[in-house]
Design a protein around this ligand. Structure first.
Ligand SMILES: [Zn+2]
Length: 317
């Protein structure tokens, strides 16, 4: 029911370009049709698409503000719109706190990956063919790329929430969870043979891909997606926790920290609350907690590279 009236407002707005008294230039442009006078670039399909996205975004935002004003007037609590709480915009950015925190996460992953790369290639001894001894290097490089991609789309999505940015953010986040579950299994069970790695990865990659296709092409089901994500997150946290308990890894305390911190962070995603002052909600706080966790995590990965390299070198001698 709540959805219906909000949808009605958005549909109306996209046609007329107005919510109540307020009208948006982006939408007026669209309603004039394609044959508008103006410089050549205003006739370009991509430019028109941008306008359409801006119009959709403005309509959603002002319809949401209107509804929230009505709800607050009758003493009701805020509700979610498109899976997100009503936020106040700053310079057209929808969730400035989440944008800044996502950017910091992105920087953290880049820093971690870069220092991992320098450690492997310039500080640790290399094999005769100039390749690192660490047999999980390639898997962590892919992990870095998958994570950087996810945080990049998180920055974009929290700046401007429209269908395609939302799909890219959710899909990229699912990809990180699916991939890091594979990594958790491969590393903790010490799977090194190529064939065995493929056997572990294939079903999980198939599942992750199917889920992403489902969200994008069938139904953007926030509740179901949350269940799938929590399942994948809990599975890998458990695997790392058990491994930290069983394996005598010299840096297992860093694993413990990430497991405990990660579990608390996950609770923020599950026990959601509306934005404080219109700015900081549970999701933004969740993005804040992953910044120190990312630092500790890459620090563990680097320790693991050193540890395994020295073990492998002992075996060689
Ligand atoms: Zn986010």
């Amino acid at each position: 029911m709540l959805w219906y009236s909000s949808r009605g407002c958005i549909g109306q707005c996209e046609k007329t370009g107005c919510v109540g008294e307020r009208c948006f230039s982006h939408c007026r442009f669209l309603s004039d049709g394609a044959s508008v006078d103006g410089p050549w670039y205003m006739q370009e399909p991509l430019y028109l698409r941008w306008k359409q996205w801006d119009c959709q975004s403005d309509c959603r935002y002002y319809c949401m503000l209107d509804r929230e004003r009505d709800r607050a007037g009758s003493g009701q609590d805020p509700v979610k719109y498109h899976g997100k709480w009503p936020f106040k915009r700053v310079y057209g950015i929808q969730e400035p706190a989440s944008v800044a925190l996502s950017a910091l996460n992105l920087a953290m992953h880049f820093h971690g990956w870069l220092s991992f790369f320098i450690l492997l290639h310039y500080k640790l001894p290399l094999k005769a063919d100039k390749k690192p001894y660490y047999d999980y290097a390639g898997l962590w490089h892919i992990y870095a790329l998958v994570s950087l991609n996810a945080w990049l789309w998180s920055v974009v999505f929290h700046s401007r929430d429209v269908d395609f940015t939302e799909k890219l953010d959710y899909s990229s986040a699912v990809a990180v969870l699916g991939y890091s579950l594979i990594l958790a299994i491969l590393r903790s069970f010490n799977v090194r043979a190529e064939a065995a790695r493929v056997m572990v990865a294939a079903p999980l990659l198939a599942f992750t891909t199917t889920h992403i296709l489902y969200l994008n092409n069938f139904k953007m089901d926030y509740g179901w997606n949350m269940k799938v994500c929590v399942f994948m997150a809990v599975a890998q946290l458990l695997i790392w926790a058990v491994w930290a308990g069983v394996a005598r890894h010299p840096s297992r305390w860093k694993l413990w920290l990430v497991v405990v911190g990660g579990s608390f962070a996950m609770l923020l995603e599950i026990y959601d609350f509306p934005p404080y002052g219109g700015f900081v909600d549970a999701h933004a706080l969740w993005h804040a907690t992953t910044i120190p966790l990312t630092y500790i995590w890459w620090s563990f990965i680097k320790d693991d590279a050193e540890f395994r390299t020295s073990n492998l070198l002992k075996k060689v001698k």
